[in-house]
Design a protein around this ligand. Sequence first.
Ligand SMILES: [Zn+2]
Ligand SMILES: [Zn+2]
Length: 336
Amino acid sequence: MKAVVFKAAGQPLVFEDRPDPAPARDEVIVAIAGCGVCGSDLHMTGQGSFAVPPDTVLGHEFAGHVVALGAEVAGLAIGARVAVAPFSGCGRCAACLSDRPAACARLEFRGGGYAEYAPVATRQCVPVDESLDLTMAALAEPLAVALHGVNRAGLRPGARVLILGAGPIGLAVAYWARRLGAGSLAVVDRLAAPRPRALAVGATAFIERDASRVPIDAVADALGGAPEFVFECVGLPGLIAEAIEHAGPRATVVVLGLCGEPDTFIPRTAVAKEIDVRTSMLFDLSEYRTALAALEPVDAPPRVLISDVVPLAALPRKFEALRQRTHECKVLVQPR
Ligand SMILES: [Zn+2]
Ligand SMILES: [Zn+2]
């Protein structure tokens, strides 16, 4: 099969032939119809990152149809249309049995989406309705991550909401926050390009900020008061401090950004306002199913997050281009 393979940190991915995968006993092989390119893939493969072993096939936001079954697979047939959660738990603990494998003590991450085929555990597979295009179904993963963040917040109807960062996760959070009752919702980003997408998914204001000033007053003016919920969707040092600075009294700050460097904030600023700081990672399978259902209408608002769809051979070049954020939002790869 064809695959796009990570070789070394700081070097472009390589498009090459790999052996076709065979399923283990409890696995199926999925022919991949679409896979999203995720910011975390860019992080993991950049200069100075050594988290990924050579010859890894990245890509953890994918969907397709089943083409081979392991000997012990039950409940999935050849041809089944599935979206694949990029992690599995032990399958036996209370968390796994209640569809929350992300909370399993033996959580295991699995990629492999930048290829024609991937072996996946059956419990990673969630059925995709006939009405939903399988390439589009790849978008369910970041959408579920965002929904989990909004659920972690305990959003109240009518609330004033601020989102820092207008990448795919920030804009997906904007979509769910509005759908789940946000009264006013502002998105802040360093670039102007995401504005139309932010408004299309439900933001009531978009604020382009310059590097030197945190736009506290502009946000409060746009929302009709200081934010009651702030979502950090950037993942760079300084952003948690910025979220706390924006937050109103007794606000909730939810951190979705995956910052891998030391970061600081001034506790007194948070304590004085009694801010709740929460973090959010991955999702429950019920949230994944909700995300898939939200994508079904052909005019589903989250579909505007897709800025490009490219074949597998074009991925290495596209991947390097995405290291500089421009007008792109979510890029999907279509391996077949
Ligand atoms: Zn992702
Ligand atoms: Zn488990």
